[in-house]
Design a protein around this ligand. Structure first.
Ligand code: ATP
Ligand code: MG
Length: 592
């Protein structure tokens, strides 16, 4: 920029400001005169009705009474010049001291002059109020020109202040009129019906996902204690964080074969009818890669066949199952040959035990049920399905899966959650039932096809899914790119904390959406004329992303962008409420 440019701009600005101030003063003066006129004229009219010796009082007499230049200039003595009419009253004197004049005029008119004079002075003082208008005029235009460059929102997703979002939510809560306490993040209250349209929390490690989830869990538990709504919480916990903060040994359940406190369980508890063999086998054997699907389908068939065999043979302990599938192929095949024809279709996959195909399939079968090794001595009557069906059962279920060993139990945990979700989906509709699924690090599980169903139709069952993950990448890997979008879109409420991964930031920027605004742009023309440069404003319609990817990458810890569909996008602070740990996060059991 050249040196004179700022000078010209400054001068142009100064000139415009002076112009604006002058205009405000002109308005002020005009208004003052008008005010004075209306305040003073009635009093003056009254004076004109007064007479002295039968002669009406004149305006020039009032002027002489009120304004004396000699007096103002401190000339002694200050005199008043009398006209011929007045000279008659004052015995022919041509001029008299102003003090005498005032004295006699008031004496003869019963103080009418003094009163009018006082009223004039009051009117004069009051008329200065006119300048508040000048001030207002200035403020109005200063403010207007400051806002002039702001964008005007037309359509799309708008960013609103958190107070406004909170207000809207509170109004919705009021309209809903449930007598049940609402879940809230600070002042942001979640309407009861919105719970079943699900929550997604995304954020890098240490940004506050856990802090947010813990606050929600605590409030749900408090609500459970005071208002019987048949609520359950199913928590998937990779760190034992939820167990340590929320597990109540007197009424909750831990499901984790490595933990002393775990319930006893048996997979046959989940088989209630013939089709369940298929469902269970399918749930355990989902391919991680579509290219491997054939192999996983074969493994699934073999596993199902084995289950049917075990059931028919009455060998239904965990040990039976583990030992059966640990056999070598040859023996397994021989035993299965004994099945009825309709049940042994899958034998063809392992018909030739010496081939690679058979070996591959068996290794897949075994890989997914490794965890049975740790279930052999903890058979028990617990059934995930019955737990969900039992509306009187208000226990929370902790699906613990300590990170160090999480690979071993990944199939079991995926299976357990899948089974629970399926059972939830088969419950009768009940809008005010609540089954919360708190799934931290959802990306650490295999694909849960049932989860997409629960997201879309779970509301009628009262299911509320609260998912947390570090990024979208793992979800895309597990569910596929297009499914990841569906996945994201099915969460009505999103809390987005700081995102480190650029792809996720880009994904979110796109997903949050665009807005159309009218943008005003200032332009300047430089001239050398004595009036300096001039300015102009132009308007353009623009479509832009509401939030840029980089904005997600710079969110401080314990802050979030919150998006609630149909309510708006805002910025929220997660309250710094941390709960103490009351229980061991994990108690490794001893193995014989
Ligand atoms: N008890 C506590 N006292 C003080 N600060 C805490 C406490 N617990 C958590 N924090 C703070 O809150 C922040 C978020 O922690 P949080 O456990 O919620 O992270 P996260 O997003 O769940 O990360 P991760 O992916 O590692 O689980 C941390 O940076 C930490 O500084
Ligand atoms: Mg966490």
């Amino acid at each position: 920029m050249k040196g004179y440019q700022s000078h010209e701009t400054f001068m142009a600005d100064a000139r415009m400001i002076v112009h604006m101030v002058l205009m405000s003063l002109v308005w002020g003066v005009m208004l003052q005169l008008t005010l004075f006129y209306f305040l003073f004229v009635p009093a003056f009219k009254k004076l004109q009705a007064v007479t002295i010796g039968g002669v009406p009082v004149t305006s020039s007499q009032f002027v002489k009474y009120s304004f004396n230049f000699q007096e103002m200039l401190k000339i002694q003595p200050a005199n008043v010049y009398l006209n011929p009419d007045e000279q008659r009253f004052f015995r022919g004197a041509k001029q008299i001291p102003v003090a005498h004049y005032r004295y006699y005029m008031d004496l003869w008119t019963n103080e009418a002059f003094a009163n009018t004079n006082r009223k004039m002075k009051n009117a004069f003082h009051l008329s200065f109020l006119a300048y508040t208008f000048s001030l207002g005029y200035l403020l109005f235009f200063f403010n207007k020109s400051r806002n002039m460059l702001n964008d005007t929102f037309i359509r799309g997703t708008d960013f609103i202040p958190i107070e406004k979002l909170n207000q809207r939510l509170k109004e919705r809560v009021k309209a809903e009129n449930y007598q049940i306490p609402n879940i809230a993040i600070g002042d942001t209250v979640i309407p009861f019906e919105m719970e079943t349209s699900h929550f997604l929390v995304l954020g890098a490690t240490r940004t506050g996902k856990g802090v947010l989830l813990n606050q929600m869990i605590r409030q749900i538990n408090q609500r459970k204690a005071t208002h019987f709504t048949g609520d359950k919480i199913i928590l998937y916990d990779l760190k034992g964080e939820f167990v340590s903060k929320h597990y109540d040994p007197n009424q909750d359940i831990i499901f984790y074969p490595y933990d002393k406190r775990s319930v006893g369980w048996n997979i046959f508890n989940e088989i209630e009818s013939y089709p369940d063999f298929d469902t269970i086998a399918k749930s355990l054997y989902t391919a991680t890669d579509t290219r491997d699907e054939y192999w996983y389908n074969c493994a699934r068939d073999v596993f199902r066949m084995g289950l049917v065999f075990l059931k028919q043979a009455g060998a239904t302990t965990n040990r039976d199952l583990w030992e059966f599938f640990s056999q070598d192929l040859e023996t397994m095949k021989e035993v299965l040959e004994g099945l009825p024809l309709a049940e042994k279709g899958a034998l063809k996959h392992i018909a030739q035990p010496e081939t690679n195909q058979a070996a591959t399939i068996l290794s897949i079968v075994q890989e997914r049920i490794q965890f049975f090794r740790y279930l052999v001595d903890i058979d028990g009557s617990f059934s995930l399905r019955k737990y969900i069906r039992d509306e009187q059962n208000q226990k929370n279920l902790f699906l613990l899966n300590i990170l160090n060993y999480s690979d071993i139990f990944k199939p079991l945990m995926t299976f357990a959650i899948d089974t629970i979700i399926r059972e939830t989906l088969s419950l009768p509709d009940k809008l005010d039932r609540r089954i919360f699924f708190v799934l931290d690090e959802i990306g650490s599980l295999y694909r849960l096809d049932s989860l997409l169903n629960l997201l879309t139709v779970g509301a009628s069952k009262g299911a509320s899914i609260i998912c947390a993950n570090q990024d979208i990448g793992r979800i895309e890997d597990t569910y596929g790119k297009s499914n990841a979008k569906t996945f994201f879109n099915n969460f009505n409420t999103n809390f987005i904390l700081r995102i480190n991964e650029p792809e996720t930031a880009e994904f979110l920027s796109k997903a949050i959406g665009e807005r159309q605004v009218i943008r005003r742009v200032e332009s300047r023309q430089m001239t050398t004329s004595k009036y300096g440069d001039s300015r102009g404003l132009s308007e353009q319609e623009k479509t832009e992303r509401l939030l840029l990817p980089t904005e997600f990458q710079s969110i401080p810890n314990l802050e979030a962008v919150v998006k609630i569909s149909n309510f708006g996008v805002s910025r929220l602070k997660i309250p710094k409420i941390f709960y103490p740990t009351n229980q061991e996060y994990f108690m490794m059991r001893t193995f014989d």
